[in-house]
Design a protein around this ligand. Structure first.
Ligand code: NAD
Ligand code: ZN
Length: 277
C-alpha cells in the first residue's frame, strides 16, 4: 500500500472516530505487544512454542499446578515489567474525549486500566490477582510470584491448598458472566467498533465485534496481519497499534479542534459503568 493510501485510510478512520459518541474498542494481545508482552498467535506468538491445551487449560492446571506455575512464573516477568504503550494511551484519550464509551479486552495484563481507560470490560479476567480454588482467598499475584522459587506449586496462605490460580480464564473455563453481559451490551449500543490487535479466533469473545458489525455499525480494524473481519471492515489500518492509534487520536483531536465535527456532548465523567476487572 502506498503512503498516500495509508494517509487516506487514516483520514477515513479519523472521520468515523470523530463522529462516534458511543464507540467501543475491542482489543487483543496485539495492543500489548509493544509493551513487551508476547501475543498468542501472530508471527511471534507463544503458540508457536507451546501447545495451548497443555499449558493453559483448566484440565492441565488441575492435573499439574506446578507445571502450570513454572511457565506462568516465566511469563509474569514480562507482565510485571510492562507499562502501557502509546496505543493504550490513545484509546484512553479517545474515551476521555467522548468518542469511545469503553474498551472490551481479551487481555489479562491490566494495561488498559493503567493507561487511564475508565470503562473497561476484561473478558478473560486479570492476572494480577490469584484465587485459591480450595477456600476462595484472593492474593496479590506479585506476592505469590515472590514465593515461587521455594514453593512450586505455591500454597494458599490461608488454607495451605495447592490450587492457587491466577484470575484468568483458562481454556475449558466459561467467561465471567457479568463481563460477557457488559461486553455485549456495549456492542449492541455502540456507534463504532474499533478492533485492535486481535486474531479473533477465541470465542465467545470474538462474537463481541460481530454483534456490532451485524448492526451495520462502522468497523475499523487495526492489526499488523490480516484478520477474519477485514472483509467486513469499513477501514483496515495495517500496522502496529502503538504507532497507528496515536496517529488516529491526534487526527481526531485535530478535526475536533478545527471544528470539523461537533465536540461530543456526553460527559465521560458521567459514565460510571463497566468495571468488571
Ligand atoms: P492473538 O495472539 O491471537 O492475536 C494477536 C493479533 O495481534 C495477531 O493478529 C497479531 O498479528 C496482532 N499483532 C501483534 N502485534 C501487533 C501490534 N504491535 N499491533 C497490531 N497488531 C499486532 O491474541 P488475541 O486475539 O487476544 O487472542 C485471544 C487470547 O489471547 C485471549 O485468550 C487473551 O486472553 C490472550 N492473551 C492475552 C495477553 C495479554 O494479556 N496481553 C497476551 C497473550 C494472549
Ligand atoms: Zn485457600
Amino acid at each position: 500500500m502506498s503512503s498516500r493510501d495509508e494517509e487516506g485510510d487514516l483520514g477515513r478512520a479519523a472521520e468515523l472516530t470523530a463522529r462516534a459518541r458511543m464507540g467501543v474498542a475491542f482489543t487483543g494481545a496485539g495492543v500489548s505487544a509493544e509493551s513487551g508482552i508476547s501475543t498468542f498467535r501472530g508471527r511471534d506468538g507463544l503458540w508457536h512454542r507451546y501447545d495451548p491445551y497443555q499449558v493453559s487449560s483448566i484440565e492441565a492446571f488441575l492435573r499439574d499446578p506446578g507445571r502450570y506455575w513454572s511457565l506462568a512464573a516465566e511469563r509474569w516477568r514480562s507482565y510485571a515489567a510492562a507499562r502501557p504503550n502509546p496505543g493504550h494511551l490513545a484509546l484512553a484519550a479517545l474515551e476521555a474525549a467522548g468518542h469511545l464509551r469503553g474498551v472490551v479486552t481479551q487481555n489479562t495484563d491490566g494495561l488498559h486500566r493503567d493507561a487511564g481507560t475508565r470503562c473497561l470490560v476484561e473478558l478473560h479476567g486479570n492476572g494480577r490477582r490469584v484465587r485459591c480454588l480450595d477456600c476462595g482467598a484472593i492474593e496479590d499475584r506479585a506476592e505469590v510470584q515472590a514465593r515461587l522459587e521455594r514453593e512450586l506449586p505455591p500454597r494458599c496462605g490461608t488454607c495451605g491448598g495447592r490450587h492457587l490460580k491466577p484470575e484468568v480464564v483458562l481454556f475449558g473455563e466459561p467467561l465471567p458472566a457479568r463481563a460477557l453481559m457488559e461486553a455485549f451490551e456495549l456492542a449492541r449500543g455502540c456507534d463504532l467498533m474499533l478492533v485492535v490487535g486481535s486474531s479473533l479466533q477465541v470465542y465467545p469473545a470474538a462474537d463481541v465485534p460481530s454483534t456490532a458489525v451485524e448492526r451495520g455499525v462502522p468497523l475499523i480494524v487495526v492489526n499488523d496481519e490480516p484478520t477474519p473481519v477485514d472483509v467486513a471492515a469499513t477501514v483496515v489500518l495495517r500496522g502496529r497499534s502503538g504507532e497507528l492509534l496515536p496517529r488516529l487520536e491526534a487526527e481526531v483531536r485535530r478535526r475536533r479542534e478545527a471544528g470539523d465535527t461537533a465536540a461530543p456532548s456526553r460527559s465521560p465523567s458521567s459514565d460510571g459503568r463497566g468495571t468488571s476487572s
